[in-house]
Design a protein around this ligand. Structure first.
Ligand code: PXP
Length: 242
């Protein structure tokens, strides 16, 4: 039986609902607490440059109240590096960011401005923060991520989630094996749901999944605790039967 796969819940879209009224409800910190009580192994939040959902004060509060671990998603900018090195989350996942995009549409272009990325990763590593790069499941991006000094890669599962065909799944399987053989920890995320997560959970090298939108969506109908339980159960079943 495969080792349990970590489930980190991304609570950004709890903040999206709050920001619709610029009020205080629903509180993403309270949501994080409930996710942890319901079986999440970690909490993920993306502090975007445009602050469209998670706000600085949310990250400050999460950094002191999360009892599992906090995975801060951020762009590799001076502003974000200063916040991360001050708050010292367990992990930073570096993501690409474009102001106009609806969500993080693609993986990080690790060949663009490698010196800036290498320097940012070094600053995070020096602060004792685990570093992960959100990349497409391509071998060249994986090799470059290792050269840049990251401890982990998070494979973008968007294409798989979009078609869930054998080609996109094979790409994830190959990339996971390739990354693990290079000594990288392998994570995955984006667009994963109870309906499509099984084959991704069954990939032995993938240690951690980051899932957000589908959990918050499902929570509208069954509640957040149940939405987390559902995912946890499907992931555990997939690992047990592999
Ligand atoms: N991982 C990363 C790096 C992301 O940027 C996102 C989306 O913010 C997710 C995982 C979660 O994606 P989703 O909300 O589609 O589950």
């Amino acid at each position: 039986m495969l080792k349990r796969q970590r489930l980190y819940i991304n609570i950004d879209h709890v903040a999206t609902v709050r920001q619709a009224r610029r009020g205080s409800e629903p509180d993403p910190v309270a949501a994080a607490r409930l996710c942890e009580r319901s079986g999440a192994d970690g909490i993920t939040a993306h502090l975007r440059e445009d602050r469209r959902h998670i706000q600085d004060v949310d990250i400050e509060r999460l950094a002191t109240t999360v009892t599992t671990v906090l995975n801060l998603e951020m762009a590799c900018t001076d502003e974000m590096l200063a916040i991360a090195t001050r708050l010292r989350p367990h992990q930073v996942t570096v993501v690409p960011e474009r102001r106009q995009e609806i969500t993080t549409e693609g993986g990080l272009d690790v060949s663009r401005d490698p010196d800036r990325l290498r320097d940012g990763i070094a600053r995070l590593n020096d602060a004792g923060i685990r570093t992960s790069l959100f990349i497409a499941p391509h071998r060249d991006a994986i090799e470059r991520s290792r050269e840049l000094g990251a401890a982990a890669i998070e494979l973008h599962t968007g294409q798989y989630a979009h078609c869930a065909d054998s080609q996109t799944l094979t790409a994830l399987q190959d990339a996971s094996r390739f990354g693990a053989n290079l000594g990288l920890s392998v994570h995955a995320g984006h667009g994963l749901t109870v309906a499509n997560v099984r084959p991704v959970s069954a990939i032995p090298e993938i240690e951690e999944l980051n899932i957000g939108h589908s959990v918050v969506s499902r929570a509208i109908f069954v509640g957040l605790a149940e939405a987390v339980h559902e995912l946890r159960d499907v992931m555990d079943e997939a690992r047990a039967s592999s």
